[in-house]
Design a protein around this ligand. Structure first.
Ligand code: 5U1
Length: 676
């Protein structure tokens, strides 16, 4: 170890300032100033300097965010000022009452100005800074005393370790919410599950669990963020005079503040802000459970004061809960198109996420075992946005003595064929194939769906009726339907019948890839169907291809090749194809045969905004030239088309040396190939 030279001292300080600045832009302003690679280089340089000269190290160095393996003891911290809770308004009337009380107390007839802030679904924390450096962080606890979580808080990149700017008061306390963004939560849970560890029920629990880790090195790996919502200083005259301006000040000091916050004049505008935020709720990258309205002027806040533990100048209006408790009344098994036998929980109806929910998917037997769900259990049900309701946790303390273990049925609940489960696969399947009406209906539904052969008018209702009445057993039978026999069905008028027959007729000459996709071969989606069609050129070639030649096709691996083989080996599938041909269905062969397409075998990526074409049009044209269009850039990408405001994909292409084409270049190429 050598004594640090004045140059290394200066360089360490320069690096810390630069890294602080980059952190601020990245985590607070959402506006990165340098690419990640440059940030990493600066970070490593500082790490090396500090390792070579430990006396250079400082607690507020950005390198200290990696945490420590020492165990935290979470000592008690008594809050200098109690951490208040908020009263809740559950209806418009309750919010208007709150506003009326505010105006009465202030003796004002005019609209009061409020700041409307999203109420993040996380954990409240209090952070103390002395001379601009973070010295202590605490949880809310019971509002009077919390736990010291300084070591863990230090690892959160959006928490400044030292405040920015020159005019920082001697003592500052900033309060806010620590939360885990939705994407980070999903990634953390899949990581935990892969490691055989228990997943978290929701992002809030994940944030709480992460802050309570004894080793801050573990917290450092958790995707936590912090958003500030209030500030207190020793000398109040140093603060601006509104909540809004205080938050701007806090942002200048280096904290993230919520970009959705806004001002509102009076209760009516607050209610509008509530509605607008609720509309946005599911699209936000983090969970929120309501909106907080705060009187903007701090002198008004002071005049209004507190009652018991809540301020009279603020209120939270809650959104409908996305998680509720209910009871599992039964577990039934459903059979899908591919024969997958899926357990579905029948629930005591419960209002959650804005709707009444009485069913929730349980995915498969592994999930049932993981959650240890039994019939009769009280469970947490979660429904966020349009997502299918999910059972996320069992309250084992509430388990009744007669709770029933869920067993996979041995026979298919629809056709009574054996249910089989292949070793290593989570999904159990009915072995009945197209003999099973459930699979038959699903196969027909898929065949007629918009992305497949798009037979308008052949929806779920009619498919159920046609299959139940025995008029349609396979997709080939669709082409034998006539307006005459259709009108015999209850509630099928002449007009609907002839429209349906016309729609069926229009589907008689599909392009090959659509027809292949419509067959519903397991794991053959649109992209794979397109690759198969352009590689083999005809259905006969696909049907007779062996596994080796199938694997040579883009997108097709051994598993998909196996599914394709077994589809064409099943006699009933071959019979259906013959029957389709006999019924006059003529799938078109690909005009350009394998290998002859100019971009065959190449993967292209579209990024940024195109002005002359939509993304879908560009993709279709590239696919017509034989390219596969992917969503991410890798070393294997042949070319990236970069439109206006292209971002990280363009940067990655540059970094990997992948060929880049601007929109003009794309248009010229398409013209050369007579596609424009
Ligand atoms: N956005 C926001 N959340 N939240 C929670 N502001 C806010 N204010 C709170 C709480 C508990 O308390 C105030 C009394 C500072």
């Amino acid at each position: 170890m050598t004594k640090p030279s004045p140059e290394s001292l200066k360089r360490a300080e320069e690096l810390r300032s630069a890294l602080d600045e980059h952190n601020y832009r990245y985590y607070v302003l959402d506006d990165p100033g340098v690419p990640d690679a440059e940030y990493d280089r600066l970070f490593r340089e500082l790490q090396k300097l500090e390792a070579d000269h430990p006396e250079l190290a400082s607690d507020d160095s950005p390198t200290r965010r990696v945490g420590s393996k020492a165990e935290t003891s979470f000592e008690e911290v008594v809050h200098r000022l109690p951490m208040l809770s908020l009263d809740n308004a559950f209806s418009e009337d309750e919010l208007r009452d709150f506003d009326r009380r505010v105006r009465e107390r202030l003796g004002s007839d005019n609209d009061v100005e409020y700041v409307c802030e999203p109420k993040l679904d996380g954990l409240a924390v209090s952070l103390h800074y002395e001379q601009g450096s973070l010295i202590r962080a605490a949880t809310r606890g019971d509002g009077y005393a919390g736990e010291d979580i300084t070591a863990n808080i230090r690892t959160i990149p959006s928490v400044p370790l030292r405040l920015r700017g020159n005019s920082v008061p001697e003592l500052v306390e900033v309060r806010g919410e620590v939360y885990m963004p939705k994407v980070g939560f999903e990634a953390l849970n899949s990581r935990l599950e892969n490691q055989g560890e228990k997943a978290f029920v929701n992002p809030r629990n994940a944030a709480a669990g992460s802050l309570r880790q004894k080793k801050s090195t573990v917290t450092a790996k958790r995707p936590l963020e912090m958003c500030a919502y209030s500030v207190a200083v020793t000398d109040e005259s140093q603060l601006p005079d509104t909540q809004w301006a205080c938050l701007q000040q806090v942002q200048r000091w280096g904290f993230r503040i919520n970009p959705e916050m806004r001002k509102a004049q009076g209760a009516s505008e607050c209610l509008l802000a509530y509605e607008e935020l609720m509309q946005k709720r599911d699209a936000l990258p983090y969970g929120i459970d309501g909106i907080v309205f705060k009187v903007n002027r701090l002198d008004y806040q002071k005049a209004l004061g507190f009652v018991s533990r809540a301020p009279r100048w603020a209120i939270a209006q809650k959104f409908p809960a996305q998680e509720e408790l209910t009871v599992i009344e039964d577990v039934e098994f459903q059979v899908g198109r591919t024969g997958a036998v899926t357990p579905v929980a029948r629930l005591k109806p419960v209002f959650v996420g804005g709707v009444t929910v009485s069913n929730a998917t349980l995915h498969n037997m592994d999930e049932i075992r993981r959650l240890d769900v039994r019939i009769g259990d009280t469970v947490f049900v979660r429904r966020a946005g349009d997502v299918i309701p999910k059972v996320v946790k069992v309250v084992t303390e509430k388990r009744p003595a007669n709770a029933k273990v869920v067993e996979l049925p041995k026979q298919c609940p629809v056709c009574d064929s054996d249910v089989v489960q292949i070793e290593g696969e989570a999904v159990a399947r009915c072995s009945g194939g197209l003999f099973c009406p459930a699979q038959r209906k699903e196969a027909i539904r898929h065949y007629a769906s918009r992305k497949a052969l798009d037979i308008e008018g052949l929806g779920d209702k009619w498919i159920d009726i046609l299959v139940d009445q025995g008029m349609v057993k396979t997709v080939a039978d669709i082409y034998l339907l006539t307006a005459r026999n259709l009108t015999r069905l209850d509630r099928m008028g002449e007009k609907s019948a002839s429209n349906l027959v016309a729609a069926i007729d229009r589907s008689r000459e599909p392009v090959l890839w659509r027809f292949l996709y419509a067959l519903g071969i397991r794991e053959v989606g649109e992209a794979t169907a397109k690759s198969l069609a352009s590689h083999f050129g005809s259905l006969e070639e696909v049907a007779k291809a062996d596994e080796e030649s199938l694997i040579a096709v883009q997108d097709v691996g051994p598993i998909v090749a196996g599914h394709i083989r077994s589809f064409f080996e099943q006699p009933h599938n071959r019979e259906t194809l013959d029957a389709l041909r006999d019924a006059g269905v003529k799938w078109q062969e690909e005009v350009i045969t394998a290998g002859a397409k100019p971009l065959h075998g190449q993967t292209w990526v579209l990024t940024g905004t195109l002005s002359e074409l939509t993304r879908d049009e560009a993709r279709e044209k590239l696919e017509a030239l034989g390219a596969k269009v992917a969503g991410s850039v890798s070393k294997k990408t042949a070319c990236v088309v970069a439109g206006e405001a292209a971002g990280s994909k363009l940067a990655k292409a540059e970094q990997l040396g992948v060929e880049i084409l601007n929109e003009q270049g794309l248009l010229e190429m398409l013209k050369e190939h007579e596609l424009l």
